[in-house]
Design a protein around this ligand. Structure first.
Ligand code: FE2
Length: 202
């Protein structure tokens, strides 16, 4: 294997009741691993085979991009959550959120709107517009990743139906509210805000 599937940063039942063990079992073992297996197959014997994952995401197109970005996005998504997450962001992030959205609640509403408004599959993201830039919320379709546009992702919520259907059926908004109130890992967001880490995804 050229890439390893990074381990989940918590047990598969650790996000319950907000995301159940069956969701994580399928999402991680079938979907995430499936993208990695497909990527391995596509890269075998190609010039991109020796590149880091984020370099492939930034430069690839078509099926290689779709599978590479889905590997990256899912690892980033797992790290965007933690058991007993949510709550108040750290002060440094709270200040930046207030500057961009008026308040933390203003951010939460913008993130919810982006997530619910994304037609079909995709992701909602809190990003920094460049390493020193302001915060923004984005929604992206399918496998698309804000790295490609020079943004710095801080956290993401996967809004493909496979992320929430077992727990919430078609109620995407209820899932995203749970993500914001109970799951989001603000310490991970802060580390990304400071440029301290890239989620161990390459
Ligand atoms: Fe997913």
């Amino acid at each position: 294997m050229r890439f390893e599937l990074p381990p989940l940063p918590y047990a598969k039942d650790a996000l319950a009741p907000h995301l159940g063990a069956e969701t994580l079992e399928f999402h991680y073992e079938k979907h995430h691993r499936g993208y990695l297996t497909a990527l391995e197959s596509l890269l075998r014997g190609t010039a991109a085979a020796d590149q880091a994952l984020d370099a492939i995401v930034r430069s690839a197109e078509g099926a290689v991009f779709n599978n590479a970005a889905q590997v990256w996005n899912h690892t980033f998504y797992w790290h965007s959550m933690k058991p007993r997450g949510g709550g108040d962001p750290p002060a440094e992030l709270r200040t930046a959120l207030a500057q961009a959205f008026g308040s933390v609640d203003g951010f939460a509403q913008a993130f919810l709107n982006a997530a619910v408004g994304q037609f079909g599959s995709g992701y909602a993201w809190l990003v920094r517009r460049g390493p020193e830039g302001p915060l923004a919320v984005r929604a992206t379709p399918n496998a698309a990743n804000p790295l490609v546009d020079g943004d710095v992702p801080l956290v993401t919520a996967d809004v493909w139906e496979h992320a929430y259907y077992l727990d919430y059926r078609n109620q995407r908004a209820a899932y995203v509210r749970a993500f914001l109130e109970h799951l989001v890992d603000w310490e991970f967001a802060l580390a990304n805000f400071r440029g301290e880490r890239t989620a161990g995804v390459s």
